[in-house]
Design a protein around this ligand. Structure first.
Ligand code: HPA
Length: 269
């Protein structure tokens, strides 16, 4: 079955299940689920029940697609996302972004947990992404030669929407940094030499997600913005071991503030 056929089947299924025309799409990162409590949920479907959706394999991600409202804004939210390190291919990881576009989504907000390499960034800080460096293999657009998917060679001079970013910045006050996200595959964290390298090439934060979704959002013409939560400080000269539990704990602490910012911006769309 072609990707086009899968997309139309899944879109039809979700419409039939009560997914209406949503304005905002939301992708929530590791340990960042609090925003769900601010959604008036009309429908929540486990990924495993949605045709052609991969099933989330990470315990820290619950794996539901949600339709509901934040204020008067209709939203589709991914509670948990798909990562390359789980074994999916890039087209599977980004399938939900194409589905959101097909269901009418006009703006996409993403979050993630990331390692902070900029020495000014501390654990728990929020970083609005203003650019990225893709170090993941297997581009999600590879092989999609039909114009149905969008431009063959999408421009990436402004991958993150300025207006949406300004709204997030305004809602956050002065508490949010700006920075460049480097996407790696993981699932291991980086060595000291790798953090040094990633900082040297221009990265402020590093993580294992987001960039494939942002590439597809740009191809389909979906303005997007992303906020990273700094969950560990990646100073190569003073690197301390870090566990997933610690990353989740730091993300959990920042979650409330981030969810408030997202909810305020989304309600105003
Ligand atoms: N590296 C890569 N991914 C991450 C990190 C990190 O240090 N922290 C949270 N996600």
């Amino acid at each position: 079955m072609t990707l086009q056929q899968q997309l139309s089947e899944t879109t039809a299924y979700l419409r039939q299940q009560g997914f209406g025309a949503a304005k905002a799409g939301i992708v929530l990162g590791t340990g960042l689920g609090e925003l769900i409590s601010k959604i008036e949920v009309h429908k929540s479907i486990p990924y495993g029940q949605i045709p052609h959706f991969p099933e989330s394999t990470v315990e820290s991600h619950k794996g539901h697609l949600i339709f509901g409202y934040i204020g008067k804004t209709a939203v589709i939210a991914m509670q948990g996302r798909f990562h390359y390190y789980e074994g999916y291919n890039m087209q599977q990881i980004t399938f939900p972004i194409r589905i959101m576009k097909a269901l009418g989504v006009e703006k996409l907000l993403l979050s993630n947990a990331a390692g902070g390499m900029n020495p000014a960034f501390k654990k728990g800080d929020l970083v609005l992404l203003n650019d990225h460096i893709n170090l993941q293999p297997e581009n999600p657009l590879r092989g999609l030669n039909s114009p149905d998917f969008g431009p063959r060679f999408p421009d990436m001079s402004r991958p993150y929407d300025l207006e949406l970013g300004e709204k997030l910045q305004a809602a956050a006050g002065h508490t949010m940094h700006k920075g460049v996200y480097v996407a790696v595959t993981g699932p291991n964290l980086e060595t000291r030499a790798e953090y040094r390298f990633l900082r040297m090439i221009g990265g402020d934060v590093v993580g294992m997600s987001t960039v494939p979704e942002v590439i597809v959002a740009n191809q389909v013409g979906l303005p997007c913005a992303c906020v990273s939560v700094v969950t560990d400080e990646c100073d190569p000269d003073n690197l301390v071991p870090v566990s997933l539990a610690e990353i989740l704990a730091v993300a959990g602490k920042a979650d409330k503030v981030l969810s408030g910012i997202f909810a305020e911006v989304i309600a105003g769309l």
